[in-house]
Design a protein around this ligand. Sequence first.
Ligand SMILES: Nc1nc2c(ncn2[C@@H]2O[C@H](COP(=O)(O)OP(=O)(O)OP(=O)(O)O)[C@@H](O)[C@H]2O)c(=O)[nH]1
Ligand SMILES: [Mg+2]
Length: 318
Amino acid sequence: MEALRDSLLAGDERALARAISLVEAGSDAGQELLRGLRDRTGRAAVVGITGSPGAGKSTLTDALIAVLREHGRRVGVVAIDPTSPFSGGAILGDRIRMTRWHSDPGVFIRSMATRGHLGGLAAATLQVVALLDAVGFDHVLIETVGVGQSEVDVVQAADTTVVVLTPGQGDGVQAFKAGIMEIADVFCINKYDLPGADRLRREVAAALELGDHDAHTWFPPIVGTVAAKGEGVATLLEKVEEHLAHLGAEGRAASHRRRVRAEVTATLGEQVRRALAEREAEAVDRVLSGAATPGAVVRELLASLAAHGRADGHAEER
Ligand SMILES: Nc1nc2c(ncn2[C@@H]2O[C@H](COP(=O)(O)OP(=O)(O)OP(=O)(O)O)[C@@H](O)[C@H]2O)c(=O)[nH]1
Ligand SMILES: [Mg+2]
């Protein structure tokens, strides 16, 4: 582990790939490695990129990497592989597009499968972000599908959340419904080459005007992009940087703390969920027969969690 840590901090890419696999799997070794690196986290700008399936998030991420590389920034990307039926075919496209960065040591891209994490996807994602942060990536981009569809809440994970909308899909209206207006720090209207883009921009602007804001609140800017051609992407990055500057050191520290809190909460949820899964039938039987209340069943569950000392949530796997 010591050797792995040293190689990691020396910028060894293979060591990074190995460390990420350990962390992603939720292994004890990975957890311990990350613990020893925690004091190095909180420096990267963590940017969430969210939007409906097919909105162009991956294309945009790729274009953002290009601009960030022009500025000499090191970029880590964590993409949650969508397994939804809407976007099942996109993964291959992502892989092909992203391979152009393979030979660039300043870029590290990790696609997270939605299965196979002992501690759950949300915790694993946040931990991979923390690792990329610790080893010195300047920006860490998280790509996930929209709020409510994803197991990973980008709002809790990111310093800055970019919401990607596209014209002609009723996306504008959907965004208002899904409460997306509240989570966006920056709006990106992608596929600006398609009809209806201007109208969507006006709709979003009008909706934003309705909210209350004063001189101190951040007013989310709206940026039009054609990600497929890289158009507008430099402006999008400028707006992201402006938001990061608006947060300042204090806001960034708060957001770093929120990220760790989300990690702990996700781990808690996963452990309780697993413990319950094991004893669910028994618990339901006892409530059904009147032998116990749901509250009592949960208290017993938590007591047994504590008694088994499953501090890492996967003692049963060892
Ligand atoms: N016309 C147009 N098409 C675009 C633009 N940006 C991306 N696309 C296309 O939109 C499709 C989906 O792009 P992706 O980047 O895979 O979208 P995504 O949001 O990552 O999709 P999922 O990860 O499956 O949710 C691809 O065929 C892209 O080529 C754009 O600015 N204009
Ligand atoms: Mg994608």
